[in-house]
Design a protein around this ligand. Structure first.
Ligand code: ADP
Length: 304
């Protein structure tokens, strides 16, 4: 599988502080790469470096297997669409007129306007002035502008920020559709775990400028392994008995924590404990949620 973006040891210093540190990011072709991290973690700075809007302090970035430099930046970025920060429009012009400006600047054919209006489902609002657009419609127009050059790579920085739940769902559906129907690769940033969980195929988690996790969404889910918690009338003695039987366990608060066990294993330990006159009062199955994992990785709560 081809990699569309590769960053090697990319860092960015603002003033005295390293805001992005030694970042090795890999975005695979056709993936939806969810770039997740708390506010201020360095997501926008990283995306701006990939787009050549900000120069890295050190490290290098390749897009479509070409190292970005000031000479080839424009030719590479012709095939990239982006939505970074709130897009600005001419409010007194219609959605279609705004798109015409971008279409002319990009030098693409006029019929792309109809195509992108169709993709972002703004056909019926094309003749409305943008000043009368809702925030969700403005965001969709922003995506339409990003799509007009028929990009192979789309970079979206927090595209759902400020949208209501219906707008968020529409944006999610739109993002999920693009790789399937048009073969695009997407990088989408967010500080909300559930959002990335619902649309990404791959996840990069950034914390204080460092990439603390990068793998498939499936791999992130596999970190949420199940555990068995047992509470007895004498946990200290119970723990010793379980350990002596060869099973790994530890005390945590009121519970003894064991790895995932089969039903017959649980019945077996329950039997051993009662044979040793230790009353079992609770046996619970506990699955670490994705939120727990995100919290462990970032030290921050899920949505800030
Ligand atoms: P995120 O997108 O994850 O919210 P940013 O990349 O916007 O994070 O910001 C990361 C850090 O870099 C923040 O502390 C921010 O204040 C700082 N920063 C961003 N841009 C600049 C800049 N142009 N000058 C100085 N500091 C900046």
């Amino acid at each position: 599988m081809t990699n569309i973006i590769i960053t090697k040891g990319v860092s960015k210093q603002y003033g005295e502080t390293m805001r992005v540190k030694d970042l090795d990011m890999v975005v695979k072709e056709g993936s939806i790469y969810g770039f997740l991290g708390p506010n201020g973690a360095g997501k926008s700075t990283t995306l701006k470096m990939i787009l050549g809007l900000v120069n890295p302090t050190s490290g290098n970035i390749s897009v479509f297997n070409k190292k970005i430099n000031y000479k080839n930046r424009l030719s590479i970025l012709k095939e990239v669409g982006s939505l970074i920060e709130s897009p600005s429009y001419y409010g007194h012009l219609t959605g279609e007129e705004n798109l015409e400006i971008v279409q002319t600047l990009r030098g693409v054919s006029k019929n792309r306007i109809d195509e992108v209006l169709n993709i972002v489902r703004l056909e019926n609002q094309r003749n409305k002035k943008v000043s009368q657009y809702s925030l969700g419609m403005k965001q969709r127009l922003g995506i339409a502008c990003a799509l007009i050059g028929n990009p192979k790579l789309l970079i979206l920085d927090e595209p759902t920020n400020g949208l209501d739940p219906a707008g968020i769902q529409e944006m999610r559906e739109l993002i999920c559709l693009l790789p399937k129907q048009y073969g695009m690769t997407i990088v989408v940033s967010s500080h909300i775990l559930s959002e990335i969980d619902q649309m990404a195929t791959d996840v990069g988690i950034i914390r204080n400028g460092e990439l603390v996790f990068q793998n498939s969404l499936e791999n992130l889910h596999s970190h949420s392994q199940e555990r068995i918690l047992i509470k007895t009338l004498n946990n200290a003695a119970a723990k010793e008995i379980i350990l002596k039987s060869g099973m790994n366990c530890k005390l945590n608060g009121d519970y003894i924590v064991l790895p995932k066990l089969s039903d017959s294993e649980i019945a077996h330990y329950n039997y051993i404990l009662s044979k040793n006159n230790i009353g079992t009062v609770r046996i619970e199955e506990h699955k670490k949620s994705l939120e727990d994992i995100f919290l462990e990785l970032t030290g921050k709560s899920v949505s800030l």
